[in-house]
Design a protein around this ligand. Structure first.
Ligand SMILES: [Zn+2]
Length: 548
């Protein structure tokens, strides 16, 4: 079996890895390159494989740097299924349509210039139609369920705690007598964060493909970042300025709303100071993505599920406005009331955030707050690195606003989080491949792992391939792989469990009705209520899948 790293090899974007056996070719992610020297050329380049020969794609999560080249893959001949969790399926729909729209707008703008300069016109990287074609290949699955891809491969999606629907992939590959287990971390989230679950610890793997975005960094605690954010917003508003927050439309934006909801709808030291500071979420995608968060409660952590069952929704509060149309977006910069503007893209390389930066960066009363990773070569990174002047829409804009970086909001585990996840493997994997990180970060993490665990990591630097499986390190432990399959619940088993829960409830009702001459006792009522609550939770867990 062969594994080839076709993206997120030398940087953090463009995640794409190919697993090949004698019979099948499976792709892990198919992401878009962002930032760097010439991302457009990298995205347009041929894939280092023939898309028509790929049997299926396993998608870890809905971020564009993991799914953004799927429309190109399909356009260039891919015919198979794209497996992802149900919440990811909903989010990918939003993300790919938005990404296509950005490609179309970029091409339109370039072509206006090209026409004036007498240069040939360019095609968009892909169109909305290409995105729609790709979406037809999506096959939603649920967490913790064993899925048979073909007679050689089985896969389980585990919660990665990175964004809603994000997954850590366990992939069992059998070639001849040998079964090897590959674990692909996708992007690993931070522990103890609101809305979503902690990343799943996986205990066994022969081969690990692991992200190392923050392999050399420690985040400040989330609580400190939240406090700093509130004080920045309050102070900025008090001096008459806006707080502009470039934020990934999916994940970070909803987490910010969750934290702001606690203050705006709550009774905290900041509630009074912020009461008159409206919050605008300005990105057509953030609006739709937030809708997806509302309808995918099955992927939430227990705290959020209880919150929703209590009747309140944590992504809604007094003073929160969503702007969908560009007219609404422009209105935000016309009115002078100090406000919070949350807009995408998170790295400032596209989208409406660029307009807001143009209108606010020059103003020393304003603040720009980064809450996510800024890749090398992006406008966000330039600002973080202290640029005094930046170019926006061909215009030079002075940077006078205060620039803040709050790493405690990061959706990625920091060095200790990554290490904790890797330490979860009970036995040293045969190989650990580090991807999805800048050079210093991957190298530092490899060094850290060597010192603490004595395990060697293979740092992936560029597009390259490795032979793995039988020949490398002897036959894999087939028995233990089968043992692991046995522990995973199949869709049929889940369905059975749900049916049993339903019949439990109907039994309680039948029994109550049978005793026609006596009223339900309070004990019976409590029993009924508990059964229904348990069932409700079950239904929330399965929600999206059952309705699909
Ligand atoms: Zn991600």
């Amino acid at each position: 079996m062969k594994i080839s790293f076709c993206g997120a090899a030398s940087g953090v974007t463009g995640s794409c890895h190919l697993i090949e056996t004698d019979k099948y070719k499976v792709l892990l992610d198919c992401g878009q390159f962002q930032g760097g020297e010439d991302p457009d050329a990298m995205n347009r380049a041929d894939f280092p494989f023939n898309p028509a020969e790929i049997d299926c794609v396993i998608l870890s999560h809905a971020h564009v740097d993991h799914c953004g080249r799927l429309p190109l893959l399909v356009k260039r001949g891919f015919k198979g299924l794209i497996y992802c969790t149900d919440a990811t399926a909903d989010l990918v729909d939003v993300m790919l349509k938005d990404a296509a729209h950005i490609c179309e707008q970029d091409a339109e703008r370039d072509n206006r210039k090209n026409t004036r300069a007498g240069r040939p016109l360019v095609e968009p990287l892909y169109t909305t139609n290409d995105a729609m074609d790709a979406l037809k290949h999506i096959e939603p699955v649920i967490y913790d369920t064993l899925i048979v891809l073909n007679e050689q491969m089985k896969v389980v999606f585990n919660d990665a705690g990175h964004i809603l629907g994000s997954a850590i992939i366990e992939l069992w590959v059998t070639e001849g007598e040998n079964t090897s287990k590959i674990v692909f971390s996708g992007d690993i989230g931070m522990k103890g964060r609101p809305i979503i679950n902690d990343p799943t610890i996986i205990k066994k793997a022969d081969y690990v493909i692991m992200e190392a975005t923050y392999g050399n960094r420690l985040h400040e605690p989330n609580k400190e970042s939240v406090d700093r954010l509130l004080s920045i917003i309050a102070e900025t508003a008090e001096r008459g300025g806006n707080t502009v927050i470039p934020s990934f439309a999916v994940g970070r934006t909803q987490e910010l709303l969750y934290q702001l909801n606690k203050v705006y709808d709550g009774d905290t030291p900041y509630t009074k100071r912020l009461r008159n500071v409206p919050v605008y979420v300005d990105s057509p995608m953030s609006v739709t993505a937030t809708e997806v968060f509302r309808t995918n409660a099955q992927a939430y952590n227990e705290e959020m599920k209880d919150y929703i069952l209590s009747g309140d929704h944590p992504l809604d509060f007094q003073g929160l406005h969503y702007s969908k149309t560009s007219a609404e977006s422009m209105q935000i910069n016309v009115d002078n009331t100090p406000k919070v503007i949350i807009s995408a893209s998170g790295m400032c390389d596209a989208g409406r955030i660029r307009h807001h930066l143009k209108h606010n960066l020059w103003n020393e009363k304003c603040s720009v707050v980064f809450v996510g990773y800024q890749a090398e070569g992006t406008l966000g990174r330039l600002l973080l690195d202290g640029a005094k002047e930046v170019k926006l829409f061909g215009e030079a804009i002075e940077v006078n606003a205060q620039i803040h970086n709050l790493e405690g909001f990061s959706g990625h585990a920091d060095r200790d989080g990554l290490f904790e996840w890797l330490s979860g493997f009970q036995k040293k994997p045969k190989k650990i491949f580090l991807v999805h990180g800048e050079e210093e970060s991957k190298n530092a993490f490899a060094e850290f792992v060597r010192e603490r665990l004595g395990w060697d990591c293979t740092v992936v630097h560029h597009f390259c391939s490795f032979e793995i499986g039988g020949e490398d390190g002897g036959p894999a432990d087939l028995e233990s792989a089968e043992e692991e399959f046995a522990g995973k619940e199949s869709v049929e088993e889940i369905r059975e469990r749900l049916k049993n829960a339903l019949s439990d409830v109907s039994d309680v009702i039948d029994n109550a009705e049978a005793a026609t001459d006596t009223k339900l006792t309070s004990e019976e009522l409590v029993q009924l209520k508990n059964r229904i609550a348990a069932l409700e939770k079950e239904i929330i867990n399965l929600g999206a899948t059952v309705s699909k």
